[in-house]
Design a protein around this ligand. Structure first.
Ligand code: NZQ
Ligand code: ZN
Length: 389
């Protein structure tokens, strides 16, 4: 196992009805700006619950609406202006990963002196401070509610870039699974696939003698395989929703990634697919992961066999090593399809021209060494995507 330091400061407030306790976690004299998306929180009652919970604050709660899926730099800079104009000193994100990510960027940009795009171009190391913020999560998927990462798109240049900074961990996140009951099934499937791929990015690399991280990761994957079909069959079951929500948080709150190599090639490819063609984040992962695993099957052989055995029950008696690896990758693709997320470019009306565009975008951005060994070239990416035409 590699050396590591682990510190996750986010307070998780989990369970049905927990929004009512929000005011306990925000200073009573704070000037709060609530940020949200396109309106789902109004139609499902979350908006009213948050306002009721914050009614006792000394200052009225301000609002910034309209953070879009794959949140845009251009939109978020308007929130930064509002913060400066109104002397806002506490942010509250209410929504899915896009709203939480957007709020992280706004929190950092509001406290940054230079050109805010630096935060994405140069990276989180330029962030020396951020406004404090909390989150009320309505979509389990990204893990953003308990991590220090944020992914922002710039429409003007068709770029989608991430930054990480210890200053943008949420102070707290309220996770009320009942608030996820109104999600369209497409977003439910997306969330399961995203959490699944977050886990494989930190697990399907090479052995690092980290049995705790491995078994936590396998537990998360098995839980998603079990609960994914259940949530589609019984979308009103709050218990199933609760367990999916906690699984997605645990998949990307840092715990399973400590002391082990991490891949993230699938996400690197996926972000370009979203930036260029507007696909949902999880859709891009479902396209990219099977091909990435295939082209890296030699480098990942040890962990792929462990994955086949422990997650899919493909023991030594069930075929040769190569047959078991093929079956595990095939099962993964089939699971994503079962979750309603097509795994082929053709499923989204795209063909080989999309592959050319992704390869060109990776080259232009200098993203030429992906994966846990930083050796996946744009040519390898082409081969991986060709397996998902
Ligand atoms: O905008 P509203 O009206 O709220 O609608 C949203 C949006 O249209 C809707 N929605 C959310 N909660 C709902 C709901 N509809 C009904 N009922 C509810 N309870 O769902 C749509 C999608 O929301 P979005 O926030 O975009 O989805 P998700 O949570 O999947 O976030 C995706 C973003 O997170 C980034 C992705 O790249 C993408 O930009 N990621 C962030 C990560 C991180 N911070 O660590 C890691 C991930 O790998 C990912 O890259
Ligand atoms: Zn993701």
């Amino acid at each position: 196992m590699q050396n590591f330091e682990f510190h996750n400061p986010t307070r998780v407030i989990f369970g049905v009805g927990q929004i009512a306790s929000l005011a306990k976690h925000i200073p009573s004299n704070a000037r709060v700006l609530m940020l949200f998306g396109g309106g789902s929180i109004k139609s499902n009652g979350t908006y009213d619950e948050v306002h009721a919970a914050l009614a006792g604050l000394e200052h009225p709660v301000l609002e910034f609406a309209g953070i879009e899926p794959n949140p845009r730099y251009e939109t978020l800079m308007k929130a930064v202006e509002l913060i400066h104009r109104e002397n806002v000193d506490f942010l509250l994100a209410v929504g899915g990963g896009s709203v939480v990510d957007g709020t992280k960027f706004v929190a950092a940009a509001a406290a940054y002196d230079g050109d805010a795009w630096d935060i994405l171009k140069i990276g989180g190391k330029v962030v020396k401070a951020a406004l404090p913020f909390g989150a009320v999560l309505t979509l389990p998927a990204t893990g953003s509610e308990m991590n220090s990462a944020s992914v922002i798109s710039r429409a003007e240049t068709q770029e989608k870039r991430a930054f990480m900074s210890p200053h943008v961990y949420p102070r707290f996140s309220v996770l009320d699974p009942a608030k996820t009951l109104t999600l369209p099934l497409r977003q439910v499937g997306n969330g399961v696939v995203d959490a699944f791929v977050h886990t494989t990015e930190q697990y399907l690399t090479y052995p690092a003698n980290a049995p705790v991280q491995d078994r936590f990761a396998e537990g998360l994957l098995q839980t998603l395989l079990e609960l994914g079909p259940q949530v589609l069959a019984r979308p009103d079951d709050v218990e199933v929703r609760a367990n999916i929500m906690w699984t997605a948080t645990m998949a990307l709150n840092g715990l399973i990634g400590v002391g082990v190599p991490q891949d993230w090639a699938t996400h690197g490819i996926g972000h370009e697919l979203t930036a260029l063609f507007g696909l949902d984040h999880a859709q891009t992962l479902a396209i990219a992961l099977p091909g990435v695993l295939q082209i890296r099957r030699e480098a990942k052989r040890g962990k792929l066999l462990q994955y086949a055995e422990r997650v899919w029950g493909l023991h030594a008696g069930k075929g040769s090593e190569d047959e078991r690896i093929d079956a595990a990758i095939g099962n993964t693709r089939a699971f994503f399809e079962q979750m309603g997320v097509p795994t082929r470019l053709s499923g989204y009306g795209l063909g080989s021209e999309a592959i050319d565009a992704v390869v060109a975008a990776l080259e232009a951005a200098g993203l030429t060494g992906l994966g846990e060994r930083r050796d996946i070239t744009p040519g390898d990416v082409r081969k991986a995507l060709q397996l998902s035409l």
